[in-house]
Design a protein around this ligand. Structure first.
Ligand code: ATP
Length: 262
């Protein structure tokens, strides 16, 4: 697919914090309707990159557009297109679940019905609870409800299912797959390789601020599977995405254009 078709286009993005280069000349493209996974070790630069794309942080260098919009200059317009999972520290402290849903819904001309979303993500019985009284997993699900309320074209989900019980994870995956089938583009960061395998059409591996490879899960397994399995001490059977990830994270960066079959 040509780059011009991409919904998210980030080119040469660099993020510096003083002398620290957190994101180093990264190209990152996401096409309409795909689920893109962004994986990498703690501190690899995932959040810094995603925050630039969301318009929450200005890149030190590089260019970014989302649906043709500049995330910083066109932030108000971008809010109609982009759904972002928020950290709960940004919520007003005493607000109740249904109140924050109604507030967020009021920002959009054609929002989803909050009650339907609360039901879908098993929060209906918590609708009158204040946010501070929710468990960590319930807050995670509320942040997803709020990200989806405005019927975005693309949603960015940061460690979406951290702390969720297996049942909740499955219902979150199901809800996302349903929306993806209906056209929602999804970018997610995750440390759970089963989640990435289950949900993502393509995966970008970010290590030390650089994207070392972008491929489908089967593509990654085909290219790196045998080396990855050889890298596992008590290897038995087929390589998993986790084996490949551990192999890549432990190996020196492999430029995408030098990998076999890339
Ligand atoms: N505001 C900041 N000021 C200074 N350094 C920062 C700041 N934010 C992040 N960093 C540093 O930049 C690097 C990348 O951090 P970032 O949070 O983007 O990584 P990450 O891949 O999202 O990590 P994690 O998986 O732990 O969430 C880290 O070394 C981090 O310490």
């Amino acid at each position: 697919m040509a780059d011009t078709d991409a919904l998210v286009k980030a080119h040469g993005v660099t993020v510096r914090y003083g002398p620290k280069v957190a994101v180093d000349d990264v190209d990152f493209e996401v096409y309409p309707g795909e689920v893109m996974g962004l994986i990498g070790p703690n501190g690899a630069g995932k959040t810094s990159l995603v925050e630039c794309i969301e318009g929450l942080r200005r890149a030190s260098a590089g260019s970014i557009t989302v649906a043709g919009l500049d995330p910083v200059a066109d932030r108000a317009k971008l809010a109609r297109v982009l759904g972002v999972q928020l950290q709960d520290s940004v919520y007003p402290t005493r607000i109740k679940v249904f109140e924050i849903c109604d507030l967020f819904a009021s920002f959009y001309p054609d929002a989803e019905d909050p009650e339907v979303l609360l039901e879908e993500f098993q929060l209906s019985d918590k609708r009158k609870a204040t946010i501070t009284k929710l468990s960590g997993g319930q807050r995670q699900r509320l942040s997803l409800v709020l990200a989806l309320l405005g019927k975005p074209e693309v949603v960015f989900l940061d460690e979406l299912t951290n702390g969720l019980d297996p049942q909740s994870r499955r219902s979150v995956w199901k809800g996302l797959k349903k929306r993806n089938k209906a056209g929602l583009t999804i970018v997610l960061t995750s440390h759970y390789m089963d989640e990435v395998t289950n949900l993502c059409d393509r995966v970008s591996v970010l290590i030390d601020g650089k994207v070392v490879v972008v491929d489908t899960v089967p593509g990654l397994l085909a290219t790196y599977g045998s080396q990855a399995v050889a890298n596992v001490e008590d290897a038995s059977g087929e390589a998993s995405l986790e084996d490949v990830y551990l192999y890549l994270a432990g190996a020196d960066a492999v430029p995408a254009d030098q990998t076999e079959g890339a």
